[in-house]
Every structure is written in structure tokens, then in C-alpha cells.
Design a protein around this ligand. Structure first.
Ligand code: G3H
Ligand code: 13P
Ligand code: NA
Ligand code: ZN
Length: 308
């Protein structure tokens, strides 16, 4: 069945591993991810952004997620990523999602608490889990652009107060990651001292790391080799993600690495097969590329293989 994040996070916290939360936009992406999780017998979160809902439409993603559960036999959590207000959260809860994120990180502290509490109240009454965010990541999302000077790291004491007052199930924190393919200008670095502090103040409470793609060099190189122009891309090194997983991070969000794996595969396909025009000819290897990349994440980063 579609499940909430509750039990997944409890086990992940205890076992010191993390659940991968992968952004989905269409059937091939969903199949690639779910096939990987099935082969690895790994718990899985599929997450849908406002942009994904606009692109594919709610009902298609909902039915694809249901098909994934039925086809794979896996417990899967279907989560709204970066819900910007109560309305979109309500719409996803009413429409069958088992988890939602209310991202009030752009608001002042008290307003973030108010909107988060409202979503928690509505969601919990219907058996749905809620993620919130405190502190601001830099980077670009469909609807949100945050410059690095407006980004700010999560304050540990505020995090405790926020969790207590909202009753939220998990919290996304800002410790130096950002969305997209250009996360660091120089050497990558995350504020692990801050993460450790937050984690110690909130024992057994699941933390969430957004902007957690590694921007795997192999895919950037392949894109560039076959006509792309992606310069200066850099993500979070795998070692750092593993460390975060040991410090209370139970959910690791990955979108950019899916995009790069898929695009690299399609670019390579057309470079070698310029005459092809049946979408199945290039989407089949693209789906396979996603599957292999996700299997790699499950083993090399999340440590979630065999944890059903
Ligand atoms: O957090 C952002 C995710 O990568 C989703 O991106 O809003 O372009 O669908 P999107
Ligand atoms: P990446 O851009 O690093 O993949 O982050 C995705 C994310 O945080 C979705 O909420
Ligand atoms: Na999210
Ligand atoms: Zn995010």
C-alpha cells in the first residue's frame, strides 16, 4: 500500500540509514526508481513538486504511484515536495498522498509555525505525515528562487521550539546544501557541527536533507561529451551524505541526479542513433539509467538495501 513516512523514519533512525526521496514527473522516472528499490528491497519515498503536479497533473502521478505499489509490492510513501501553502497541502491530502511538506521557510519564524500547525492539524486528522522546513536553502526550484545571500542556516534552538510547537513529523534543515546542479563554487562543505547539535537536541526525531544530489561527474561528463554544456556543476560528495545519515538525517532528497542520468542517456542515444524518432528507443535506456543510478544511491549513500 501507499504508506506514511512514520514507520520508515522510525526504522531508519534506529538503523542509522536514510530513505531516498526521489522526485518524479512521469512514468519512466517512476518505473526506473521503483524497479531499483524493488531489486534492492529498499524502502522508498516518491515525491512530487508543485511543478511536477502542474506538468503531469495530480491524478496521473497518483495513479502511477498506485500502479507502482501494486506492481512492485513495495510499501511506498507518496509525498508532496515543497508545498507552499495550506491549500496545496490540503489538495494533496484530499487527493490521496500519504505525506506532505509545508515549506514555510520563506516566512518569519512565527508565521512558519502558524502555517505548519494548520497543515499538521489537517494532515494528522487524516493519517498523513508532515515535513516542514526551518532555515533557507540557496538555489533554484520551479517556483522558488533563493539567492545565496538570502539563505540562512537552521538555528538549533529554534528547531527544538519549532518541532515542539508544531507537532511536525520531520524537519528539513539548512546546513549548506542547495537545490540544483551548482551547489558549491569552491570546495564542498556542510555545517556538520550544526547538524550534530540539532540532532542531539532532537533525539529520535527525523531530519531531512534537501539539495542532496551528488551531481555525479559521470553524467555531467556524458552530457557534455554528447553536445551538452553544463559547466561548473558540483554537488554534495557521497561521503558527506553518508555522514549526514549517521547524524539523524532520515530522508535524503534527490532530483538533480535523476535529471542528469536521464538526460545523459538520451543525449548519448541520439549521438549514436541520429535516425531514431520512436520515443521508446531513447526512453527505455533512459529509464534503465535511472534505475542503475538509484541502485547506486541505495547502496553507496543511503544504506537502505534490504531494510523493508
Ligand atoms: O526542490 C526542488 C525539486 O528539485 C523539484 O524541482 O520544482 O522544478 O519540479 P521542480
Ligand atoms: P537536488 O536538486 O540536490 O536533487 O535536491 C532535490 C530536492 O531537495 C527536492 O526537494
Ligand atoms: Na519534501
Ligand atoms: Zn527541496
Amino acid at each position: 500500500p501507499l504508506v506514511t513516512s512514520k514507520e520508515m523514519f522510525r526504522k531508519a533512525y534506529e538503523g542509522k540509514y536514510a530513505i531516498g526521496a526521489f522526485n518524479v514527473n512521469n512514468m519512466e522516472i517512476i518505473q526506473g526508481i521503483v524497479d531499483a528499490a524493488k531489486e534492492e528491497q529498499s524502502p522508498l519515498i516518491l515525491q512530487v513538486s508543485a511543478g511536477a503536479r502542474k506538468y503531469a497533473r495530480h491524478i496521473y502521478l497518483m495513479k502511477l504511484a498506485e500502479a507502482a505499489v501494486e506492481d512492485s509490492g513495495l510499501p511506498i510513501c507518496l509525498h508532496l515536495d515543497h508545498g507552499e501553502d495550506f491549500e496545496i497541502c490540503k489538495s494533496c491530502i484530499d487527493g490521496g498522498f500519504t505525506s506532505v511538506m509545508i515549506d514555510g521557510s520563506k516566512f518569519p519564524f512565527e508565521e512558519n509555525i502558524t502555517v505548519t500547525k494548520k497543515v499538521v492539524e489537517y494532515a494528522h486528522a487524516r493519517g498523513v505525515t508532515v515535513e516542514a522546513e526551518l532555515g533557507r536553502l540557496a538555489g533554484v526550484e520551479d517556483a522558488v528562487k533563493v539567492s545565496s545571500k538570502d539563505a540562512s542556516y537552521t538555528d538549533p534552538d529554534q528547531a527544538v521550539e519549532f518541532v515542539e510547537r508544531t507537532g511536525v513529523d520531520s524537519l528539513a534543515i539548512a546546513i549548506g546544501t542547495s537545490h540544483g546542479a551548482y551547489k558549491f563554487k569552491g570546495e564542498p562543505s556542510l555545517d556538520f557541527a550544526r547538524l550534530e547539535k540539532i540532532s542531539n537536541l532532537l533525539p529520535e526525531f527525523p531530519l531531512v536533507l534537501h539539495g542532496a544530489s551528488t551531481v555525479l561527474p559521470e553524467f555531467v561528463a556524458k552530457c557534455n561529451q554528447y553536445g551538452g554544456k553544463i559547466d561548473g556543476a558540483q554537488g554534495v560528495p557521497e561521503e558527506m551524505l553518508k555522514q549526514a545519515g549517521k547524524l539523524g538525517v532520515c530522508k535524503i532528497n534527490i532530483d538533480t541526479d535523476l535529471r542528469l542520468a536521464m538526460t545523459a542517456s538520451i543525449r548519448e542515444h541520439f549521438a549514436h542513433n541520429p535516425g531514431d524518432f520512436d520515443p521508446r528507443q531513447y526512453l527505455k535506456p533512459a529509464r534503465e539509467a535511472i534505475k542503475n543510478m538509484v541502485k547506486h544511491k541505495i547502496n553507496a549513500v543511503l544504506n537502505s538495501s534490504g531494510r523493508l
